[in-house]
Ligand binder design. Structure first.
Ligand SMILES: Nc1ncnc2c1ncn2[C@@H]1O[C@H](COP(=O)(O)OP(=O)(O)OP(=O)(O)O)[C@@H](O)[C@H]1O
Ligand SMILES: [Mg+2]
Length: 111
């Protein structure tokens, strides 16, 4: 089962995502949570606090590569399997939810 949570700012997306993920993991389901917010804080909702949560690295951008098929149609695909990416970059939270941080803004740009 794949679940995506989106909606208005401050409406409780992170809270409901973290709670659902933890409840499902406690019931024995294998849960992979992916934080797609450029200001990620799903780690906190999953129970990864303090420096560990703050210092989580986001997935490198070069995991996505362009692939061109024989008809010249270009698509973006993962350069490695989802399993390999999860094993390499996943962080296991207290209730056994594995977290991937999709993107992160480290500092504001000029402009
Ligand atoms: N059911 C609820 N009842 C009361 N407060 C809640 C509830 N769910 C979330 N909150 C509180 O509302 C605030 C916003 O929640 P949350 O961070 O989960 O929203 P969000 O949609 O992820 O926000 P953002 O768009 O900034 O990422 C938090 O302070 C959270 O503790
Ligand atoms: Mg949020």
């Amino acid at each position: 089962m794949k679940l995506a949570v989106s909606g208005k700012g401050g409406s409780g997306k992170t809270t409901i995502s973290g709670t659902l993920a933890r409840l499902l993991a406690r019931q024995g389901h294998q849960v992979l949570a992916i934080d797609g917010d450029p200001n990620p804080n799903l780690a906190i909702a999953l129970g990864i606090g303090g420096d560990r949560g703050r210092d989580l690295a986001a997935l490198p951008r070069d995991l996505m590569v362009d692939q061109v098929d024989e008809e010249g149609v270009k698509t973006r695909v993962l350069s490695e399997s989802a399993g390999t990416i999860t094993a390499r970059y996943g962080v296991v939270a207290p209730d056994n939810v594995t977290l991937l941080v999709g993107t992160k803004v480290d500092h504001a740009g000029a402009g």
